[in-house]
Each structure stands twice: as C-alpha cells, then as structure tokens.
Write a protein that binds this ligand. Structure first.
Ligand code: HEC
Ligand code: HEC
Ligand code: HEC
Ligand code: HEC
Ligand code: HEC
Ligand code: HEC
Length: 262
C-alpha cells in the first residue's frame, strides 16, 4: 500500500516499501503473489539487506523458459554481461543488474502491434531514467545528429547503441563504438527493419503492401521510403528528357545546315 514505509534504524532515512499495485497487475507477473518471488531470502526477520544471489534475479527464475519471448534469456544474459554497464569500472555503475533497467513489479515486454512511437518512448525512457541529462538542449553529445529530438522520437537508443548483429539488443556499446553511420538507417534496407520495426504487425505490413517501408514508422525516412514504381517512373521521365534534348539538338543542327545551304 502507498504509505508503507519504515525508518532505517541506522541511517534514519525513510525507506519506501510500497509498490505500484496497478503496475504489478498489468505486468507479466500480475498473476504471482508477493511470496512467489519474495520467498527464500525473506523467511526470517529482520530480512537481509540484499536477496540471496540467484533468488530474485530474472535469470535465476527464467533461464529455462522461452515462452512468449522472441529472444532467449540466455542470449540476453550473455549480451548484458558484455555491455558497458556490466564491464564498467566506474563506481556509478557498481552493482548494475537487470533490475537497474527493469522493475520486476512493472515489467512488460513490447508486443507486436503496439504503436511504434509508444514502444520508442517506453524503451528510451529506460535509458533516459539515468541518462536524462542528455535530453537537455545544452547537451553536446548528440550534436552530430541532425534534429536529435525527431530521431529520439522515432528510433531507440538501443538501435544505435547495440551492435546490429546483436540478437537481443542488450550489449550496450561504449560511445565510440556506437552507430554513427546515417546510411544504416537511411537506405532502402535499413537495420531498423530487423530491429525496431519487427514490432509492426503482419496485418499492418500486409495492409500497407509495397508502401510498408514508407509508412512503417509513421515517419518519412529518407532513402528507406522508396517505391520501386516511383523509381521506374522517374527513370522513364529522365529518359524522355534526354530524348527530347537530343531531338531538339538534332532539329537545331539540321535547321542551321539547311540555312547555310540556302
Ligand atoms: C516477479 C517476482 C516479484 C513479485 C511477484 C514481487 N516482487 Fe517485490 N521485488 C522483486 C525483486 C526482483 C526485487 C529486487 C529489486 C532490486 O533488486 O532492485 C523486489 C523488491 C521489492 C521491494 C524493495 C523495494 C523495491 O521496490 O525494490 C519491495 C518493498 C517489494 N519488492 C515488495 C513486493 C510486494 C509487496 C509484492 C506483492 C504485491 C512484490 N514485491 C511482488 C520481485 C518480485
Ligand atoms: C522469483 C521468480 C521470478 C523472478 C525473479 C522474475 N520472474 Fe518473470 N516470471 C516468473 C513466473 C513464475 C512467471 C509466469 C507467470 C505466469 O505464467 O503468469 C513469469 C513471467 C514472466 C514473463 C512472461 C512469460 C515468459 O516467461 O515469457 C516475462 C517476460 C518475465 N517474467 C520477465 C521477467 C523479468 C524481466 C524479470 C527481472 C526483472 C523477471 N521476470 C523476474 C517468475 C519470476
Ligand atoms: C541498460 C538497460 C537494460 C539492462 C541492464 C537490461 N535490459 Fe532488458 N531491455 C532493455 C530495453 C531497452 C529493452 C527493450 C529493447 C528490446 O526489446 O529490443 C529490454 C528488453 C528486455 C526483454 C524483452 C525481450 C523481448 O523479446 O521482448 C527482456 C525479457 C529483458 N529485457 C530481460 C533482461 C534481463 C534478464 C536482463 C539482465 C540479464 C536485462 N534485461 C538487462 C534494457 C535493459
Ligand atoms: C541505472 C542507470 C542507467 C541506466 C538505466 C542506463 N545507463 Fe548507461 N550508463 C550508466 C552508468 C553509471 C554508466 C557509466 C558511466 C561512466 O563510466 O562514467 C553508463 C554508461 C553508458 C554508456 C557509455 C558512455 C561512454 O562514455 O562510453 C552508454 C553508451 C550508455 N550508458 C548507454 C545507455 C543506454 C543505451 C541505456 C538504455 C538501454 C542506458 N545506458 C541505461 C547508467 C545507466
Ligand atoms: C542515431 C544513433 C544514436 C541514437 C538514436 C542515440 N545515440 Fe547515443 N550516441 C551515439 C553515438 C554515435 C555516440 C558517440 C558520439 C561521438 O562519437 O561523438 C553516442 C554517445 C552517447 C553517450 C556517451 C556520450 C556522453 O555524452 O555521455 C551516451 C551516454 C548515449 N549516447 C546515450 C544515448 C541515449 C540514452 C539515447 C536515447 C535517448 C541515445 N544515446 C540515442 C548514437 C546514438
Ligand atoms: C538508427 C537509425 C537512424 C540513424 C543512424 C540516422 N537516422 Fe536520420 N532518421 C531516422 C528516422 C527513423 C527518421 C524519421 C524521423 C521522423 O520524422 O519521425 C530520421 C529523420 C532524419 C531527417 C529528417 C529530420 C526532420 O527534421 O524531419 C534527417 C535530415 C536525418 N534523419 C538525417 C540523418 C543523418 C545526417 C544521420 C547521420 C548523422 C542520420 N539521420 C542517422 C533514423 C536514423
């Protein structure tokens, strides 16, 4: 309940013990009782400061279970262990775990068919909860990216900050190894198709047919938004122009020759 809290006997700080009831109910764990998870470590009182290792971590419970997930837990775990957060020796990153990004009381993976803009907002919210200072207008770190805010509304941090070959988007790379190449997205076959837009539902893809790529994101992505029909039309128009120019040139040449002879 919202007011459940206690005063830490040593530090005197108020520790909030409430969790968001609606958040839990709507999460993947909504069916579980508190003690389904808070079990082993919490039999005795006072409870330990930290749960026993393996007791409360996502992998400890999920390693052998791949239901409903497009990507496996083992891959996610392996990628996370290679990420900047896991290998950083900065004191700020000490104790970094799945829980630093995922609240087990609220966690719900994005579903196919959810609006892309909302998925982008949710997933970027995870990163910005710590890296929020990057959103400030004065932040210089993404200056090279034109119209940063439009990009951040349409693509996710992980689309640039994890390797394209990554399966589960969990190996967050150091800054200097992150995606800076405009063409990986602004091309006819961008990496976004395999990553972000896999959340697009089959019906949407079918409905939009050939123009799927153009409207995938409700965004106009230069290069990606190509239509083969338009390409052929513009080639035909160009060919026609060249013919017209040639005919015009030939006409003038013949006219001059006729004049000179006269
Ligand atoms: C899916 C498993 C799961 C369920 C179900 C669950 N919890 Fe948790 N809870 C956790 C994990 C994991 C942590 C540790 C989070 C961390 O390390 O930051 C935690 C931490 C907490 C904390 C410490 C403060 C915090 O938010 O990190 C409280 C309080 C808590 N849970 C209360 C509850 C209550 C009350 C319920 C039932 C209404 C509940 N939990 C149900 C997994 C669960
Ligand atoms: C104490 C064990 C426990 C912990 C810790 C735990 N889960 Fe679960 N989780 C479960 C159980 C049990 C279910 C099945 C719930 C159901 O079927 O309604 C589940 C269901 C899920 C599902 C949907 C079904 C599936 O398996 O694909 C996802 C996704 C999920 N959990 C993610 C997480 C994430 C992410 C974490 C860490 C933040 C986590 N869980 C931590 C026990 C746990
Ligand atoms: C740095 C933040 C971060 C950390 C740490 C992190 N994740 Fe994630 N996780 C994300 C983001 C962002 C997404 C959404 C990206 C996506 O689904 O492609 C996500 C998605 C997921 C999903 C949904 C996958 C699916 O197929 O829909 C699962 C399950 C998950 N994470 C589990 C974990 C586990 C287990 C760990 C710890 C080993 C972990 N995450 C650590 C940020 C993080
Ligand atoms: C719980 C807080 C937290 C969350 C959530 C988080 N980070 Fe971090 N991030 C850190 C810390 C701490 C560091 C290490 C900073 C340092 O070394 O000074 C870091 C480092 C980084 C770096 C390396 C910076 C460099 O200079 O090389 C990148 C890139 C990064 N994070 C991206 C992300 C992305 C993308 C997400 C979301 C998927 C994310 N972070 C989520 C706290 C967080
Ligand atoms: C279009 C690709 C792209 C997107 C989208 C993107 N980044 Fe970056 N980011 C980069 C690149 C490339 C760098 C390295 C910058 C450089 O070399 O100057 C970087 C640098 C960083 C750094 C380290 C630099 C610093 O000033 O601390 C962090 C942290 C970071 N990004 C987090 C994020 C977060 C959080 C998001 C999502 C809101 C995000 N990035 C979205 C490509 C991107
Ligand atoms: C991770 C994929 C990705 C990368 C990398 C990327 N873009 Fe984009 N870009 C997009 C998407 C998606 C949009 C559509 C944004 C919208 O309109 O919602 C966009 C839009 C744009 C726009 C139009 C912005 C506006 O004002 O409407 C320009 C210009 C642009 N990008 C240039 C670049 C340049 C230059 C680079 C390299 C420095 C780059 N982009 C890298 C995905 C990307």
């Amino acid at each position: 309940m919202p007011t459940l809290a206690y005063r830490h006997p040593e530090t005197g700080e108020i520790v909030d013990l409430s969790i968001d009831r609606d958040g839990l109910a709507h999460s993947v764990h909504g069916e579980l009782a508190c003690i389904d998870c808070h079990r082993r470590s919490y039999r005795r009182y006072p409870h330990p400061d930290r749960p026993a290792p393996g007791d409360l971590d996502c992998i400890g419970c999920h390693e052998d279970d791949d239901r409903n997930l497009s990507r496996g837990w083992v891959d996610i775990d392996a990628e996370f262990k290679r990420s900047v957060h896991a290998v950083s020796d900065s004191p700020k990153a000490a104790g970094f775990s799945c829980h630093s990004c995922h609240d087990p009381h609220r966690f719900r993976p994005a579903a196919v068919g959810e609006p892309i803009a909302q998925i982008v907002r949710n997933h970027n919210g995870v990163c910005l909860s710590c890296h929020g200072s990057l959103s400030a207008a004065s932040s210089t770190s993404h200056r090279w990216l034109p119209n940063r805010d439009a990009h951040w509304g349409s693509v996710r941090c992980v689309d640039c900050h994890t390797p394209a070959a990554d399966f589960a988007n969990h190996e967050v790379l150091p800054a200097e190894k992150s995606e800076k190449n405009c063409v990986s997205c602004h091309s006819a076959d961008p990496q976004l198709l395999a990553r972000l837009y896999r959340f697009q539902s089959e019906e949407d893809i079918a409905r939009h047919g050939l123009f799927a790529k153009a409207v995938f994101n409700e965004a106009y992505v230069v290069g990606m938004s190509k239509s083969p029909a338009l390409d052929r039309l513009s080639l035909a128009i160009m060919g026609l122009m060249v013919l017209l120019l040639a005919a015009h040139g030939l006409g003038r040449y013949l006219a001059r020759r006729a004049n000179r002879m006269a």
